[in-house]
Design a binder for this molecule. Structure first.
Ligand code: NAI
Length: 710
């Protein structure tokens, strides 16, 4: 069966109807390629006056088949290469046929779908429900179906950059302003009517770049203005990617190279870079994690089966501080009624004002109407009365990190709750099982660990205490998805998964400083490894007062369990910084100085405190930051804090800042190779200490030739 139906209407116009058999979306795969090639051959032997592409699905066209791309290796890459060549030749034949070809875009046209539309002479889109763009770069790929070549020629190098190197998506309105969409209509019927009318009015059609004398906007790379910019463009890109992401670099190369040759050569250049990226490790990492694993999470992989789906209509939030205010905002934006409680109405109002600030900003940027803002704000009740919590389906506690206080607010809230309501703590460090002791219904008690700033951070770490029921977990999972965030599920442990692994990263940076390694080298090693922030900067954000507080609590807890505290070289660094009265960013002084009117910079006193003249190997510093996270993650797997590889990978990237190119922290071990990872960790353990000791689980897996997978 064909993926493209060929129908000719009474006006001698051929409708190429995109309709992949037995699928709910159209894909750019072998089947489609065969079908399109066949359709184009048929057109070559037929008499017709125009072609219109339309979709029989609710979306126009979904893009490349990721299953095929994921399975492509260097050994079988020629199959993909040939397919892409055939596809491009067919699209090129259509656009150079001399007769009009129109795309009727009825729904999302992303990736391959937008590339197909670009190969048409005229693009008409429905006003609603259509998203356009080339998001390939977000999976470590480039648009290999002519997308880079055509966008660069149509928009010009500079204007096309964000759509290609960042994968920026756009709506028809914006597409029209860019000149990429020609008409916007209101109904599917109008799509076809307008297409037919345009074909009749334009019996001859050519792509602008095929018209003799066409000038690419902004010029080709040898235009003086561009020639000045081009030498610095790779450096600017490197500044962002630190050389860890090959896709944006390849895209830039294709853009520049393709604009200097004829279009057929340009297409060949694009295909070669595309196939190279498909075969590379980074796209495998990114597709594996951001496509397969993230989709599994969204589909409820860790959600207990057999529990009815649920929705939260009203949420109570205790504590209107930084976290409580953020959770209130995220909930209210999704239509949930919020009771925001603090010790005084004034405090609670301050928390609500945070939502006002964020919403006002959206209104000023025209991303929200004033009515929508007011309706969202009206959903938040700022109060100091526990009685207002009555009727809540879920309570989230975000008061100070203090066991006694948390116990008190738990009991106060529970007194107001219906029997089926559940209670969550947003603690960042305190074990949930212990906190649940204050509850009358520990099976309805759970941890919901949000990240700061809540409105921007996509992850929520769900922590099950010993007594947390499946039903409570399922309800919490549903809530996290309801507010548009990504849940990972972990078991109880000091620091759970994310704080624990994050702590090893921050501590390792401080340990390096204590060894006399220059602070700038430490921070740069983190950037070059692909971390978004350096370990010293991030410790400043958290504040060393808090680090010390957590350490003291840990010492106390371990003492109570009769266990020794494993001293860390970072401890002395924290103590020295606190002694110097430099606890972090909030105080305006930490590892960095924070001048009122300038950019932060490393504190000049660091050398005096820690030396800063030791020899170092940059590669080793990068390895240390990655390996220490990876080893702690394996410990979490060994101790069953983590139950799945996908949660480790997604949680590490979205919650901890593990570099995106790795595809997550366990995938980092996979791609290194388990035996190779073990060997390197042993070298680091000899040099830096026991904290690099390889967990038995990892040694066994390496011996047995296993990798981390669910
Ligand atoms: P915060 O200090 O900004 O806010 C705490 C709020 O709780 C204050 O407004 C305080 O007035 C209020 N409060 C105190 N007693 C109360 C009571 N009896 N009833 C109602 N409200 C009361 O603290 P933040 O940063 O928002 O942290 C809150 C919780 O979230 C802590 O457990 C913290 O460990 C956790 N957390 C913090 C993260 C962060 O990045 N700051 C990240 C993840 C979790």
């Amino acid at each position: 069966m064909s993926s493209v139906q060929y129908e000719k209407d009474q006006d001698n116009i051929v409708h190429l109807i995109l309709d992949k058999p037995n699928a709910n979306a159209n894909l750019m795969d072998q089947e489609f390629t065969d079908s399109l090639v066949e359709a184009v051959e048929k057109l070559e032997n037929d008499d017709w006056s125009g072609v219109l592409f339309r979709s029989a699905k609710s979306t126009f066209f979904a893009g490349g088949n990721l299953d095929d791309l994921y399975a492509t290796t260097r050994e079988n890459a020629h199959v993909l290469h040939e397919m892409v060549d055939r596809l491009k030749v067919a699209m090129r034949k259509l656009e150079t046929s001399g007769k009009p070809v129109v795309a009727c875009i009825n729904g999302a046209a992303l990736g391959g779908g937008w590339e197909l539309a670009l190969a048409c002479h005229h693009r008409i889109a429905l006003s609603k429900g259509v998203t356009l763009g080339l998001p390939e770069v977000t999976l470590g790929l480039l648009p290999g179906g002519g997308g880079v070549v055509r966008m660069s020629r149509l928009l010009g190098l500079q204007a096309a950059l964000p759509f290609l190197t960042e994968g920026r998506q756009f709506k028809p309105e914006q597409g029209k302003k860019l000149g990429l969409i020609d008409e916007i209509v209101e109904s599917p019927e109008q799509l076809v009517e307008s297409a037919v009318a345009w074909i009749k009015a334009n019996p001859k059609a050519q792509q602008p770049y095929d018209v003799k004398g066409y000038k690419v906007p902004g010029g080709t790379p040898n235009h003086p203005a561009l020639a000045k910019m081009l030498p610095i463009a790779p450096a600017m890109m490197r500044d962002k990617t630190k050389g860890t992401l090959p896709a944006p670099e390849s895209i830039l190369s294709v853009m520049v190279e393709s604009l200097q040759v004829d279009i057929d050569s340009a297409m060949r250049i694009e295909t070669r870079y595309f196939v190279e990226l498909v075969c590379g490790q980074v796209s495998k990492n990114m597709i594996g994690t951001f496509w397969y694993q993230l989709n599994e999470i969204k589909a409820g992989a860790a959600r207990p089966k057999g529990v009815e789906p649920s929705k939260v209509a009203k949420v109570g939030i205790l504590g209107a501080g930084m976290m409580g205010a953020g959770i209130a905002y995220s909930s209210a934006c999704k239509g949930i009624e919020v009771v925001l409680k603090d010790v005084s109405v004034e405090n609670a109002e301050k928390g609500k004002a945070y939502s006002q600030k964020l919403l006002d900003k959206k209104v000023s940027k025209k991303r929200l109407s004033a009515e929508q803002r007011d309706a969202t704000l009206a959903r938040i009740l700022a109060t100091d009365k526990a009685e207002d919590l009555a009727g809540c389906d879920l309570i989230i506690e975000a008061v100070f990190e203090d066991r006694g206080l948390k116990a008190k607010v738990t009991q106060e809230a529970e007194a107001q709750l219906a029997p089926e309501a559940i209670f969550a703590s947003n603690t960042s460090t305190l074990p949930i099982t212990g906190l649940a002791e204050a509850s009358e219904r520990p099976e309805k008690f759970i941890g919901l660990h949000f990240f700061s700033p809540v409105d921007k951070m996509p992850l929520v770490e769900i922590i099950c205490g010993e007594k947390t029921s499946d039903e409570t977990l399922a309800k919490s999972y549903d809530f996290v998805l309801q507010i548009g965030k990504t849940p990972i599920v972990v078991n109880d442990s000091r620091g759970f998964f994310t704080s624990r692994v994050f702590g090893t990263f921050a501590n390792e940076g401080m340990a390096m400083l204590g060894e006399g390694i220059p602070a700038a080298a430490i921070e740069n090693a983190a950037f070059l490894a692909g971390f978004p922030v350096g370990p010293l900067a991030v410790t400043d954000e958290v504040s060393m007062t808090l680090v010390e507080k957590i350490r003291n609590q840990t010492i106390k807890d371990l003492q109570a369990e009769g266990k020794p505290y494993p001293a860390h070289p970072a401890d002395a660094v924290v103590d020295r910084m606190l002694e110097a009265n430099r606890p972090g960013k909030a105080a305006g002084a930490g590892f960095y100085d924070y001048p009122a009117n300038g950019k932060k910079h490393l504190w000049s006193g660091l050398q005096e405190c820690f030396g800063g003249k030791a020899e170092f190997d940059l590669g080793e510093l990068k390895d240390r930051l990655l390996y220490i996270q990876a080893i702690e993650t394996v410990r979490c797997v060994e101790e069953k804090v983590l139950g799945s590889v996908r949660d480790a990978n997604i949680g590490s990237i979205m919650g901890i800042g593990t570099p995106v190119w790795t595809g997550g922290i366990l995938q980092f071990i996979n791609q290194t190779g388990l035996p190779e990872f073990v060997a390197r960790a042993e070298v680091l353990a000899d040099k830096c200490g026991e904290r690099y000791a390889v967990p038995a689980l990892l040694k066994d897996m390496a011996k047995d030739g296993l990798t981390f997978k669910d």
